[in-house]
Design a protein around this ligand. Structure first.
Ligand code: G6P
Length: 611
């Protein structure tokens, strides 16, 4: 979603703002802008449609500098992608503001402000906040009080950063339901949507809580809670390295992140397994009390994380013999679900800031669950701070919008959760020990799968000219087919659908012809013979098959059937992780062939902080 950076320092902050935007660009990137105060009352505004590079070109042609400034990368919600709709929005040359989120009551506020004579220059919901704050400043409030008063009138989600060019002694920020972090520097102070944006200037951070307003000066930061009381928020030192977000020798972040998976999965498993069992303490200090009470699990997530949840259902039901339901967060949060005693709520999210997932967690807290749990990749995120039990994936920063290493590390974490619950449910210890051994071997198998890259690249050409593709799987690899289809559509813009192979004859078979490539994942499991029959149904209709198959399945390349042999002896627990990689690589190479923007596909954003 939108990216936010703000700074007040003893030097020109423009380079910090631009670098911060670049580091946040993955959040949203249809337009960008910045505003700085050059001297008291002199506000410089630069905005551009497109990526940060376009803004840099503008700055090159028309330089500006200032000790105080704000910058924004926009992912459009209200109003098209135009320069006028790009942030910052400025009220009468004085109050400049950037915003991430959605103001739901902006129509009524806009009418009120129009009546008062404010002229609107954009179609955004954001501009009302700038005028509203300005209106309170005109009534005699200082900027901090004006922001505190104005936010009480807003409904919706927001992280805002604002300054007054006439009195440039501070930037003021406020947040509800959108992330915002304050960076404590030695020569000034900073704010941003996430810590990555500020790593080159500081490692010391304070995370603002729901409803907080902060008054940020060059030499001090004062935080107020929602009730207006001064509060102290704990300081955190980030251990992320500033170059963790560099692309290195790889052509794209996505490729780099695909190749990082063996390491990331190994990191996620490490220190969480002792001998032949999973350490419950990995889920947090309350795990020992909570896990014995768990009788069933409700999983809620969005996008790729939802697919991880679908795999987890197999782990929990087949492995731990515990009922599990999985649902997309945007549906769950409004469904008023029935919660049976002993149910654990589990949210899965790479970012920990996805608006629907967070709202679902907050809703769940009112519904009588045994506890809430989160599997997440960002330690400082809202989700992690609010859940009772937490298991961190250790994928490291994921920049490519299409999620890869976050997904497989989620699967590894869900494997650990399944085993932790199985241990408490008295499942045979020898079986648990066997599963633990299988999980430990996943990084090495995933590494092996990366060697198929050349063969997969050769397939990509066939897909590049197609408009549709079908993905088939059965059992725990059905969600992997779903994830493969999602990857392909996200980054290559080819329409791709996944079906449980058994459903083929109930509709999608009507679409199959020689122009519709059909991708299948075929591990060697008890469903293999049934899958093979489904593949025959495709062949009989002239469909062209591309199969990732276990070498012992007997599925071989022939007329209209292309087969890539996967590593041998992959167990059902391992298959979802191992079979994901070739599908990621296929989507990647098809997208490269088609010349799309692999890391920042059109219309999509990495972190979706609006509903
Ligand atoms: C966006 C991203 C996806 C991601 C989904 C959920 O749609 O583009 O890659 O899977 O959000 O995000 P989360 O951070 O909650 O896993």
């Amino acid at each position: 979603m939108c990216g936010i950076v703000g700074a007040i320092a003893a030097h020109d902050v423009t380079p910090v703002l631009i670098d911060g935007l670049r580091r946040l660009e993955y959040r949203g990137y249809d337009s960008t802008g910045l505003a700085v105060v050059q001297t008291k009352g002199a506000l410089a505004l630069r905005r551009a449609v497109g990526k940060v590079a376009r803004l840099q070109e503008k700055l090159h042609a028309e330089p500006c500098a200032g000790f105080l400034g704000i910058a924004h990368s926009r992912w459009a919600t209200h109003g098209g992608v135009t320069e006028a709709n790009a942030h910052p929005h400025v009220s009468e040359g004085r109050i400049a503001l950037i915003h991430n989120g959605i103001i739901e009551n902006y129509v009524e506020l806009k009418a009120e402000l129009c009546d008062k004579g404010y002229r609107f220059a954009s179609e955004t919901d954001t501009e009302v906040i700038a005028h509203l704050i300005h209106d309170f400043v005109k009534q005699g409030l200082d900027l901090t009080a004006a922001v505190q008063t104005a936010v009480r009138r807003l409904s919706g989600a927001y992280a805002i950063v604002v300054f007054d060019a006439q009195i440039p002694d501070r930037i003021v920020v406020a947040r509800i339901a959108s992330p915002l972090v304050v960076g404590l520097g030695s020569d000034g102070h900073y704010v941003a949507s996430d810590v990555q944006a500020l790593l080159p200037v500081t490692r010391r951070f304070k995370f603002l809580e729901e409803g907080d307003v902060a008054d940020i000066r060059i030499d001090r930061v004062t935080i107020f809670d929602a009730a207006g009381r001064i509060v102290d928020r704990p300081e955190h030192e980030s251990s992320l390295s500033a170059d963790a977000v560099e692309r290195g020798e790889y052509a794209h972040y996505m490729l780099k992140e695909i190749y990082e998976q063996p390491r990331a999965i190994a990191d996620t498993l490490s220190e969480r397994i002792a001998g032949d069992h999973v350490l419950e303490a990995a889920f947090g200090p309350r795990a020992g009390d909570i896990l014995p009470q768990v009788q069933q699990v409700h999983i809620v997530a969005c996008g790729t994380s939802y697919h991880a949840g679908l795999v987890a259902r197999y782990y929990l039901e087949q492995g731990a013999r515990i009922p599990c339901s999985v649902e997309v967060a945007s549906e769950y949060r409004y469904r008023n679900p029935v919660v049976m005693p002993g149910t654990l709520f589990l949210a899965i999210s790479q970012s920990g800031e996805t608006a629907d997932t967070l709202a679902a967690l907050r809703e769940a807290k009112k519904l009588g669950y045994v506890a809430t749990a989160a599997i997440c990749n960002v330690p400082e995120s809202s989700l992690v701070r609010e859940a009772d039990l937490v298991l961190m994936t250790r994928a490291g920063p994921e920049i490519g919008v299409a999620s890869t290493k976050a997904f497989t590390t989620q699967l590894a974490a869900l494997g650990l959760l399944g085993l932790a619950i199985a241990q408490r449910r008295g499942i045979d210890r020898r079986l648990i020990a066997l599963y633990v051994r299988q999980l430990r071997r996943v990084p090495e198998m995933v590494e092996h799968t990366l060697r198929l890259d050349g063969q997969i690249r050769a397939w990509a050409e066939h897909f590049a000219s197609k408009r549709h593709a079908l993905f088939l799987g059965r059992g725990p690899t059905y969600p992997i087919a779903m994830e493969g289809a999602l990857k392909l559509k996200e980054i290559s813009y080819i329409h791709a659908e996944a079906y449980a192979a058994g459903e083929l004859k109930h509709g999608p078979l009507a679409l199959v012809d020689d122009d519709m490539p059909v991708v299948a994942v075929a591990p060697n499991n008890p469903l293999l013979e049934k899958l093979k029959s489904n593949l025959q149904e495709v062949r009989a209709r002239g469909g062209r098959l591309f199969v990732f198959a276990d070498p012992n399945t007997g599925i071989e390349s022939s007329e209209g059937v292309e087969v890539i042999a996967m590593p041998d002896h992959i167990e059902p627990l391992q298959a979802p992780l191992v079979y994901t990689l070739p599908l990621q690589l296929l989507a990647y190479h098809v997208a490269v062939h088609r010349g799309t923007d692999v890391d920042q596909p059109r219309n999509l954003a990495k972190s979706v902080t609006v509903e």
